[in-house]
Design a protein around this ligand. Structure first.
Ligand code: GCB
Length: 595
């Protein structure tokens, strides 16, 4: 009997170990709200197209000791580049470079006894291998989600150095795969910070409104030796406070009634200051409270039917052009969406900078967040699935406290095959296991039959809360003037959100509406599309493609594109095209209808 129970115990233990190995949640929640030192700025870099650095041990960051010594690399005299930032937009000679680049910087630290230290990266595209003082900390795959390493036993008093090997080579088995319609910006593209905590610290927490809107519910997770503590959770502006013990694994889950809490809406994006006090740590955040659900054809925010007046966005600053390098860059893009009278933004096609969901919380924009399961990934490859699942988990873990985020999207325009149905269905189930409080969707593909009727026949739709699809009637295969000959047959008993439609125009190129790439053709396209889309009975939102022109190596018309996808409602210099005003007028009308 004894043996059996030991076996059973081991079995359960292994199961748990296995589960936690799949998802690395050793990331401090909302790290910007902690005791951190920013490590952004100038980093040295070495371009390594032949992967020489492993063999030569670049991670040792060696300096020449005497004049006769042969050293075939040297970070200290190598050029520098800004972090965060992609290399393509910072160095003319690296505009098209894809491959390995090594980064290095020094920093000085004075670690204190009894404290813990963590190195946290907002994102690096696509793979990153991180070394501190010559020792490997670990690696991360996926270009758009955060990762972190504990360095308490490796950080030195005085001089330290970090070396990061990044590699953005495109491979078919990656997520995204090797073909996509955006620029494969490489490098350390988001902030790098050093965090200091006490031995036992608040690693994670969640706080949300319950569906009946009567309670706040959530948890706090401590990490460290002193797992059993009494913690206090405060909602400052609402004068709420609860005290609750954590269990032996450092977790406290709670639910408590609320009164007089103003609900978060795009019109009134009320946020509350949250303070979490443990004996050994404090965490703070700003969180909004709202509910989201669907009922029949309606999307209900706090129980009230809404229309998603959206637009798609890539994480790119057209002025650089390249990855946004600051919160201000991202705020500029969201303000442009606000000028279009949006209450919603689709963050395509990968997790955007963490600042975006915080800004959306503050500015009153609902969000669709997505992982790069885009077009044709290897749906029959188990490793690819685990990779997609990991990226989804990291995104949900990161943004679960953001009121703005209402939809998790598991992918974009994936082909309708059996292996893909299994892959995507499993992914949808995984999302629901991680988060029962938000909606699940994906941008699907439809088809047009011989009677010019657009239909969706995708069984994945059964797995989704919102039916979304991309369609380009009037651009690919037709002209804007042809749109009135087409109709939709999308008889959904769920809300429909058209996730993409769009046409290209080179800003400032004026002709007639039959001329490709003219602002007039794009304008006519929007007028006709909006009539067509309005005929969908369950229509509850739209996100035209796209807010701003963006760079894509697939767009090679030498006169009108020059490496830019021109479907923006804004040009790459921030000018509104004619179609912008058509879309805005339509959103003004929708706003009145749903007031
Ligand atoms: C799509 C894709 C998007 C492209 C767009 C286009 O359906 O989702 O990534 O950029 O079409 O411009 O063709």
């Amino acid at each position: 009997i004894m043996k059996k129970s030991i076996l059973l115990f081991c079995g359960i233990f292994m199961l748990l170990a296995n589960l936690s190995a799949q998802v690395n949640f050793n990331i401090i929640q909302n790290i910007k709200g902690r005791n951190i030192t920013n490590l952004d700025g100038k980093w040295h870099y070495i371009v390594d197209p032949y992967n020489t650095g492993d063999e030569r041990k670049f991670f040792m960051n060696k300096q020449q000791e005497n004049d006769s010594e042969l050293l075939e690399y040297d970070f200290s005299t190598a050029p520098t580049i800004n972090v965060p930032g992609d290399w393509n937009s910072q160095k003319e000679e690296l505009k098209y470079y894809e491959g390995i680049v090594w980064f290095q910087r020094d920093f000085v630290a004075h670690p204190q006894n009894g404290k813990r230290y963590f190195l946290n990266f907002g994102a690096a595209n696509y793979k990153a291998e991180v070394y501190l003082n010559g020792r490997l900390l670990g690696s991360h795959e996926g270009g758009f989600t955060p990762f972190q390493f504990e360095i308490s036993d490796k950080i030195a008093d005085g001089d330290n150095f970090i070396v990061v090997k990044t590699d953005n080579t495109r491979y078919a088995e990656n997520v995204p795969s090797d073909n996509y319609d955006w620029w494969n910006y490489g490098g350390i593209t988001r902030d790098v910070v050093l965090a200091e905590t006490n031995e036992t610290y608040v690693n994670d927490y969640s706080l949300q409104l319950t569906q009946d809107m009567k309670n706040l519910t959530g948890y706090v997770q401590l990490k460290g030796m002193q797992t059993s503590q009494e913690i206090t959770v405060q909602v400052l502006e609402a004068n709420l406070q609860i005290k609750i013990p954590t269990n032996s694994s450092g977790r406290a889950t709670f639910i408590f009634p609320i009164k007089n809490v103003e609900l978060w809406t795009p019109e009134n994006p009320q946020l509350y200051t949250i303070k979490i006090f443990a004996n050994t740590d404090t965490a703070t955040d700003r969180i909004g409270f709202r509910t989201i659900e669907t009922r029949g054809k309606d999307i209900l925010l706090n129980g009230k039917s809404i229309f998603l007046r959206g637009v798609c966005l890539h994480e790119e600053n057209p002025f650089i052009p390249g990855k946004p390098r600051s919160k201000a860059d991202l705020k500029m893009l969201l303000s442009w969406a606000k000028e279009l009278n949006c209450n919603y933004v689709r963050l395509a096609h990968y997790p955007h900078n963490e600042y975006v969901s915080h800004l959306a919380d503050e500015m009153g924009l609902l969000l669709w967040e997505e992982i790069p399961v885009y077009w044709n990934v290897e749906f029959n490859n188990g490793i690819t699935y685990e990779n997609a699942k990991q990226q989804m988990s990291e995104l949900i873990y990161r943004d679960k406290n953001r009121a703005s985020v209402i939809i998790w999207s598991i992918g974009n325009e994936t082909p309708n095959t059996d292996t893909r149905l299994k892959f995507m269905s499993d992914l949808a189930d995984h999302v629901r296991r991680m988060d029962t409080t938000r909606l699940v969707s994906a941008a699907l593909l439809g088809g047009i039959d011989s009677t010019n009727t657009f239909r969706l026949s995708d069984n994945l739709a059964d797995k989704l809360d919102i039916i979304s699809f991309n369609e380009y009637i009037g651009w690919y295969g037709q002209n804007a003037a042809d749109i009135p000959q087409y109709r939709f047959d999308v008889m959904a008993d769920k809300p429909v959100v058209v996730s993409e439609f769009g046409a290209e125009a080179l800003g400032g190129f004026y002709a007639d509406s039959a001329t490709r790439f003219s602002e007039e053709m794009q304008e006519l396209f929007y007028k006709n599309q909006l009539k067509l889309i309005s005929s969908i009975p369950a229509l509850r939102g739209t996100s035209p493609w796209i807010l701003v022109d963006f760079r894509s190596p697939k767009r090679l018309n030498p006169i009108y594109q020059e490496g830019w996808n021109r479907k923006g409602l804004y040009t790459e210099t921030g000018k509104k095209k004619k179609a912008f005003f058509v879309m805005k007028a339509w959103y003004d009308a929708q706003e009145k209808k749903y007031r």
